[in-house]
Design a protein around this ligand. Structure first.
Ligand code: PFF
Length: 447
């Protein structure tokens, strides 16, 4: 049974919906903070152009050439008798693993949406106690909101690409942009706005380091949703009239613009109250709620808008991570869509439950070495599997498959021969360089 595909705008918003996620609003600002602001932003932009965008285009084009789910797409485009496609399963597995912990975080966001409206913490100490209390002691709250996240995501994906994924993105993406712009305009009125902009854009090159470059590569992969067949899967449903190079650029630009806006907003609120750019989860779930509290009644509204934006960003990304597995089961094993969706959701839910429990006191047995399950899944996917998935894509298009087919397709979409050659060169040399460096840096514990 052939599913109906995306419209042009539907494809762009769905791909942007996948890219714009918790990585933009929650992760990008804090890594920027940690690695020195403007200098990091510059490296990130360079990485995006040299490694991120070429891969984004490779994934979209591969999907659109085969019009099949990811494993079959690799199989179709492999030279006769070669079995490279067997590696494609790794990508589906990576997406599945990300889904398990990503939905746990979406659960926290739902809970904080509720907190925003009821009882914001008054001080950073109170905020820390609230977050750590939820994380390490409050199983039932987390289980409730995590289940809610899974149900919402399943309910969207099971309706299909057009009636589910496209439709929700057409609503949530403009809403997300509206919410962020609201926060941005509010932040513009704060005294610390200028300081926040300076922090994000004034490049201090003395802080430039090899490590920062590697973090930028990892962040670009995660943020653009590359390396796990998500954009391949969406690409398989693309409308014939969609021009892929333009689509890839638009998605990359939207993803970056939203990360930058989120960064300025977050730093403006933190600096306004004299707070430091905090680290990791701390920024969204600890520092910011305490900062919002200081704004009195308006603070509740600001917090609710912020967490609603995070929820929208998270949901549109999570559905994109679920879709490849569903498309795989549906197309390759002829499982009907409802069964494929709810089956995958159930397994991801159960595994996610273990991930969730691994943060709780009393569940130390869900740890191995220094890391618990949550941290292992996060580390393995972001540090190892995602870059490997990207490398696989780059090698496949750069060296293995019939490149003339790609040229033919992209030429029809307006790409010149020399731009095409540049693109292939980026896939052959820049991507492997970036990936090997990124993996080495992460595994060696630099990040
Ligand atoms: N790009 C998303 C973000 O920045 O949060 C996360 C993500 C979505 C990663 C989809 C991977 C993916 F396949």
């Amino acid at each position: 049974m052939k599913e109906r595909g995306f419209t042009r705008i539907g494809f762009i918003l769905a791909a942007a919906g996948s890219a714009v996620g918790l990585g933009n609003i929650w992760k990008f600002p804090y890594v920027t903070g940690e690695y020195g602001g403007g200098a990091f932003v510059l490296i990130y932009l360079a990485t995006l152009a040299l490694v991120g965008l070429p891969l984004l285009l490779a994934e979209m084009t591969t999907g659109s050439l085969s019009r099949k789910e990811p494993v079959s797409a690799y199989e179709d485009l492999s030279p006769e008798g070669k079995r490279y496609w067997r590696f494609a399963g790794l990508k589906l597995f990576t997406g599945f693993l990300i889904l398990t912990f990503y939905t746990v975080v979406i659960g926290w966001i739902f809970y904080y949406l509720f907190i925003s409206l009821t009882h914001l913490p008054a001080t950073p100490e109170e905020a820390t106690a609230l977050f750590m209390g939820m994380l390490q002691e409050d199983a039932s709250t987390q289980i409730f909101f995590h289940a809610m996240a899974m149900l919402i995501i399943g309910a969207i994906v099971y309706r299909g690409v057009k009636a589910g994924i496209e439709r929700i993105n057409l609503v949530l993406m403009p809403a997300l942009i509206g919410l962020l712009l609201f926060l941005f305009f509010y932040a513009m009125g704060l005294e610390a706005f200028g300081e926040a902009v300076a922090f994000m854009f004034a490049a201090d090159f003395s802080r430039l380091s090899g490590e920062a470059v590697m973090v930028a590569v990892g962040q670009a992969f995660f943020s653009l949703s590359i390396g796990m067949a998500v954009l391949m899967t969406y690409g398989a449903f693309v409308d014939k009239k969609t021009r892929l190079p333009g689509a890839a650029l638009t998605v990359g630009a939207m993803d970056t613009a939203i990360a930058l806006i989120a960064g300025v907003v977050i730093f403006a609120f933190l600096f306004q109250l004299g707070m430091e750019p905090a680290q990791s989860v701390g920024m969204a779930f600890i520092s910011l709620p305490a900062a919002f509290y200081q704004f009195g009644a308006a603070g509740h509204l600001l917090a609710a808008v912020f967490f609603l934006a995070l929820a929208f960003a998270g949901i549109t990304s999570a559905i994109s991570i679920l879709e490849p597995s569903v498309a795989h089961l549906n197309q390759r094993y002829r499982m009907n869509r409802a069964k494929a969706t709810w089956g995958t959701v159930l397994v991801a839910y159960l595994l996610g439950l273990l991930v969730l429990l691994s943060n709780l006191k009393g569940f130390e047995w869900l740890s191995l070495g220094e890391r618990n399950l949550f941290s292992w899944f996060d580390f393995l996917t972001a540090a190892v599997f995602l870059p490997l998935g990207g490398l696989l894509m780059a090698i496949f298009v750069g060296f293995i498959t019939d490149r003339e087919r790609y040229f033919h397709q992209l030429h029809e979409h307006g790409l010149s021969r020399s731009a095409f050659n540049l693109w292939i060169a980026a896939l052959r040399y820049m991507v492997p360089l970036g990936v090997v460096g990124a993996i080495a840096a992460k595994v060696l514990g630099l990040i």
